[in-house]
Write a protein that binds this ligand. Structure first.
Ligand code: FES
Length: 268
């Protein structure tokens, strides 16, 4: 009997596979759930998200707050009194939605968390395929719109990276400086850019629906952009994980330094 037949006849988890097929889904679920738990805790904490010129990417852009990083000083008057204020809640929905609807992450958590399908030739928990053409999964089609927002966030975080080199003295004078945090906050938008600019939806946006680049207006430029996105797209899974680790570590770094647990080494 083939491995596919065993899986089909004997239900969820049944397989004739002899390899450690469960290792990938297990590692993926641990990685994703760890990030979700940490980022949710960090988003609701509402404190220790800045240190000097450093701003945690979870709280950027800081739209409201009592901080030199804030666009608008103070708390929003319309914030519900029953919910502790955290500026992260105003912005995290956009990069969160971008990752949640990403084609790679969909594959990852459909397999590792929903376990449907958990792996090739392993029995599934459901008999029918529902697809993504009804609620709630039809909402995954919003990915292209989240992608446009994600590009804006890359610009915001790149600005934060530049500002992480601008230190303010006790007398208010500003000067160029660099600490370990500056490097961490510089690498973060680079990793996020390598992930974001390899997005399947952006690839379609710049080069999709074109059978003949040279026949279309701006064809040469579009082909160049499509080729560049395609290079990153080939390693989209790698950049998805590297950038996830990078953005999580950036928050941890700023938080640990702000709480006094870690010392930020200053080079100059
Ligand atoms: S497909 Fe992964 S970010 Fe768009």
């Amino acid at each position: 009997m083939t491995t596919q037949a065993v899986a089909h006849q004997h239900g969820f988890g049944a397989t004739a596979r002899r390899d450690v097929w469960w290792l990938g889904p297990l590692a993926t679920s641990i990685g994703l759930l760890s990030f979700v738990v940490y980022s949710t805790w960090a988003a609701f904490q509402g404190a220790y998200f800045e240190y000097g010129p450093y701003l945690s990417p979870f709280y950027s852009p800081l739209i409201f707050g009592n901080s030199p990083h804030a666009w608008i000083q103070g708390m929003p008057g319309w914030w519900p009194t029953w919910l502790p204020f955290s500026a992260a809640l105003l912005v995290l929905w956009a990069p969160g939605g971008f990752r949640l609807t990403c084609y790679y992450y969909r594959k990852a958590y459909y397999r590792s968390i929903w376990m449907d399908p958990v792996a090739c030739a392993v029995g599934e928990p459901r008999k029918s395929y529902w697809g993504e053409n009804t609620l709630p999964l039809i909402l995954m089609n919003a990915h292209r719109y989240f992608a446009y927002l994600a590009v804006i966030f890359i610009g915001v975080l790149a600005y934060d990276a530049v500002m992480s080199y601008i230190w303010t003295d006790a007398d208010g004078a500003k000067h160029f400086g660099m600490g370990v945090g500056s490097i961490v906050l510089t690498l973060n938008p680079i990793f996020l850019g390598l992930y974001t600019f390899g997005c399947h939806s952006l690839r379609h946006l710049v080069g999709g629906k074109k059978d003949c680049f040279s026949c279309s207006s701006f064809g040469h430029a579009r082909f160049k952009m499509w080729s560049a996105v395609s290079v990153l797209n080939r390693n989209h899974q790698l950049w998805a994980w590297v950038s996830l680790f990078g953005v999580g570590f950036s928050d941890i770094y700023v938080r640990m330094v702000a709480m006094g647990h870690w010392h930020d080494v200053r080079f100059f």
